[in-house]
Design a protein around this ligand. Sequence first.
Ligand code: ATP
Ligand code: MG
Length: 416
Amino acid sequence: MAGKIKAIRGMRDILPPETGRWQAVENAAREAFALYGYRELRLPLIERTELFARSIGADTDIVSKEMYTFPDRHGDSLTLRPEATASVLRAVLENRLDQGAGVKKLYTLGPMFRYERPQKGRYRQFHQINCEALGSDAPELDAEVILLLMEILKRVQLGTSRLLVNSLGCPECQKKFKEGLSLFLSQKQGLCEDCLRRRVTNPLRVLDCKSVHCKEILKDAPVLKDYLCPDCAVHYARVLSLLSRFGVTYEEQPRLVRGLDYYSRTAFEVVAVGLGAQDAVAGGGRYNGLAQELGGPELPAIGFAIGEDRLLEVLPPELGQEKNRKIFLAALGPAARDQAFSLLQTLRREGVPGEMDFGERSLKAQMSLADRLGAAYTVILGDRELETGKATLRRMATGDQQEVSLSLLPMVLAGL
Ligand code: ATP
Ligand code: MG
């Protein structure tokens, strides 16, 4: 009987062989990160609520309704991290990783938690691959970070996708833009309830509304690009020209904002074709003011997050499948089983994956086990084989069999 206790809604088990595809994505990401000079951080999954409330912004979806927040036994308010950037910055400042010359390049992988309505591509525990580069406002760094993202997506063979880019300007540009946008919105009827509130508290958030009706109204809204100061405009133009130089195809998306308040200047998103409504597989941008917001020094920075769950939904099923070299040792009788156990350890020392059954099952039962385990070859060992000094080697896909001398067996199997 199946157990009675089930996983929590919106949280799922990721099982083999699917986990092999996850490893392939993470390995590809790790290799690309290394190539670009990044090193890994491993961070706690729980932080003080304050960290997220202060950085992400009170009027964002995340902080207003999506956080898993609870008091610990001591009464402190804690939150399961809904995103990684705030935690990365907390760790950087706390451990003084920001000191010294040069850009600090860090990445981290792991689960995030948001209390959202579960549906395809939207889970309450989901997984991100996060990249953060701190210590420079140079447009070259923006371009490099986007190139790195595209490199990872290429290595995992992501099919048709679109890179959307925008500039959110500096706080000065944003201030002027918000005034223009507020004025525009105040003249519009029919905004959703959330946007009526955001129009006053945080008009930029209106641009991120998912309501079809609000989107329609926003079609004529002012765009950030028209509000960029000369410095921000030059920065943005340089980022775009570098992307072009390195052959990255992008689309300028003048109404792209991110779901968190701390972004400035470059913002970007990658949307995949074939994912339906939840089509953003990665998003990122600059967050030049965040370190100071958290009480730290001036530390201009940029990063991105890949949504691993969604990405895997569009990647080819065969991703991560390596050549199958698995050997199953089918042994009949105690002497053969003993011999097989030694052979098994020899194979593993040679780096050949192998398995056997320690029970006393029939040959037929062992062959079906070999099939179930996905063995490429099975070695059959019984009393007769021990006497003649030859084992039977069976290729599972075709059923072809041949005899191999026991002394040569490890060498033959290692070469398959
Ligand atoms: P969306 O607009 O789809 O809600 P978001 O702007 O909230 O996305 P970010 O905070 O930018 O998402 O997170 C980066 C990426 O993480 C997203 O592009 C997406 O791929 C993934 N992601 C975000 N929320 C979820 C979720 N609940 N389940 C699965 N993946 C998610
Ligand atoms: Mg969201």
